[in-house]
Design a protein around this ligand. Structure first.
Ligand code: G3I
Length: 352
C-alpha cells in the first residue's frame, strides 16, 4: 500500500536502475515525481535534526514536507542539556519543539540515559547514593516533564547492551545505581514525568550481531519482569550497503516477537563502510537501494499496532554524522540539495 498512483514494482525497478547510474550523482539521476515519504508510508516517518539546521529555510521546508516525527540529533541529550555547574539548558530542544508544533509534526525524545554521556555535574556526585539517586530522578523528571504532551515517546535507555552482546555495558549509571536497577529507575522516572509517552529501549548493530539482538531481547524481558514500564523497542539500523539480504527482516521480526511497538529509530545505509568489501560504487548504490527497500517492506509488514515509527538519521547526505567519518559517504535518501535519490524511490517502493 504505497498510496494512489504509486506503482511499487516499477518504483523498485526504476530505483535499482537509477542506482546503477547514480555514480554521476547529478540531478538527471534523481527520480522524478516521487511522492513525499509521509504521504505514502502507512506509519509515522521521522528524521533527526539539529536546531541550527532550522535556520535554513530549504531544510525546514524539506522536513515539513517529508516527515511526521522529529528526533533532536543531540539537543535532548545530557551533553547539551547539563552544564558544568549542574544547571540545565533547553534553548535547542525548545526550538525544535516549537518548530514541530508549528509544522504539526510530533516529537520523539532521544535520549535520557546513555552510557556514553555522564557529564561532570553527575560524575562529581560521588558523595552518596542518595544524592546521586535524587539528581538522576530530578534530571529525568525535568527533561521528560518539560516535553510532556509533545513527545510521542522517549528513548529512555540507549545502547545498554555490550558491543559483542556478552551482557550489559558498564556505565556511571550502572555503577552508582545498579546494572538493571538504573534502567528500571529511568523508566519509572520517565513514566512519572510523562504518563502518555511510549518508553523505549534503543540499541544498534542488532542486525549485524545476532548475539547482541538476543541479549537486547533478554534485557527487554528482564525490564518487563522487574516492572519497568517498557513500552517499545528501538533498533537504530545504522547499516551498510553490503548488509546481507534478509538480516534486516529477521531483526525486525525478532524484535516484534515481544509484541511491543517497534521503532526503526536511526536508519542510514553507509556506502563507504562497505567499500572494504565492494569497490564498485554502482554496485554499492544498488545495494543501498536494496537495503532501504527491504527495511521498508519488513517494517510495513508489522501489525499496525507495532509500527511505532520509521526514523531516518537525517534526510540529506550532507547532514549525516557519517560524513565526519568519511566525507565521501552518501548514506541517506536525499542528496545535498534535498533531491530524492534512487534510495528514496527504493524505500517508497518497499512500502506495503
Ligand atoms: O554544534 C556543536 C558546536 O557548536 C560545538 O562547538 C561542538 C563542540 O562541542 O559540538 C557541536 O555539537 C556536536 C553535535 O553532534 C552537533 O554536530 C556534539 O559535539 C557532538 O557530540 C554531536 O554528535 C552526535 C552524537 O550522536 C553524540 O551525541 C551526532 O550528531 C549524532 O548523529 C549521534 O547520534 C547517535 C545517536 O544519538 C545514538 N545512536 C548512534 C548515533 C550516531 O553516533
Amino acid at each position: 500500500m504505497t498510496g494512489p498512483g504509486v506503482n511499487r514494482r516499477a518504483l523498485i525497478g526504476s530505483a535499482l536502475a537509477l542506482a546503477a547510474c547514480e555514480r554521476r550523482a547529478d540531478a538527471q539521476t534523481s527520480p522524478a515525481n516521487l511522492p513525499t515519504l509521509r504521504s505514502v508510508a502507512p506509519f509515522p516517518v521521522g528524521t533527526c535534526l539539529q536546531a541550527l539546521q532550522l535556520d535554513d529555510p530549504a531544510f525546514a521546508a524539506l522536513v515539513a514536507a517529508q516527515v511526521s516525527q522529529l528526533t533532536p540529533e543531540w539537543e535532548m541529550k545530557m551533553e547539551y542539556i547539563v552544564q558544568d555547574d549542574g544547571s540545565l539548558r533547553f534553548e535547542g530542544p525548545d526550538k525544535i519543539a516549537a518548530f514541530a508544533r508549528s509544522a504539526g509534526i510530533r516529537l520523539f525524545g532521544h535520549t535520557l540515559v546513555w552510557y556514553a554521556q555522564s557529564p561532570p555535574a553527575f560524575e562529581r556526585l560521588d558523595v552518596s547514593r542518595i544524592a546521586f539517586d535524587a539528581a538522576y530522578r530530578n534530571y529525568i523528571l525535568a527533561v521528560a516533564g518539560r516535553y510532556r504532551g509533545q513527545v510521542s515517546g522517549w528513548d529512555v535507555v540507549n545502547e545498554a547492551v555490550a558491543e559483542d552482546g556478552e551482557g550489559w555495558r558498564d556505565s556511571l549509571w550502572s555503577r552508582k545505581l545498579g546494572a538493571l536497577d538504573h534502567m528500571v529507575l529511568a523508566f519509572q522516572h520517565a513514566r512519572e514525568a510523562d504518563p502518555d509517552a511510549v518508553l523505549f529501549l534503543n540499541d544498534y548493530n542488532l542486525e549485524n550481531i545476532p548475539k547482541k539482538r538476543a541479549t537486547f531481547l533478554k534485557l527487554a524481558e528482564a525490564l518487563l519482569k522487574a516492572g519497568a514500564p517498557l513500552g517499545g523497542l528501538g533498533t537504530q539500523t545504522h547499516v551498510a550497503a553490503d548488509l546481507a539480504p534478509g538480516e534486516l527482516s529477521r531483526t525486525i521480526s525478532d524484535l516484534a516477537s515481544l509484541g511491543l511497538p517497534v521503532h526503526l529509530s536511526e536508519m542510514d545505509v553507509s556506502i563507504t563502510r562497505s567499500e572494504g568489501l565492494i569497490k564498485d560504487r554502482t554496485r554499492l548504490a544498488a545495494g543501498q537501494a536494496r537495503v532501504y527497500a527491504e527495511a521498508a517492506e519488513a517494517f510495513s509488514s508489522l501489525p499496525p499496532s507495532q509500527r511505532f515509527a520509521f526514523t531516518h538519521w537525517g534526510l540529506r547526505d550532507g547532514d549525516s554524522w557519517l560524513k565526519r567519518e568519511n566525507a565521501a559517504d552518501t548514506p541517506l535518501l536525499f542528496d545535498d540539495q534535498g533531491r530524492p535519490k534512487a534510495a528514496a524511490a527504493a524505500w517508497i517502493g518497499g512500502l506495503r
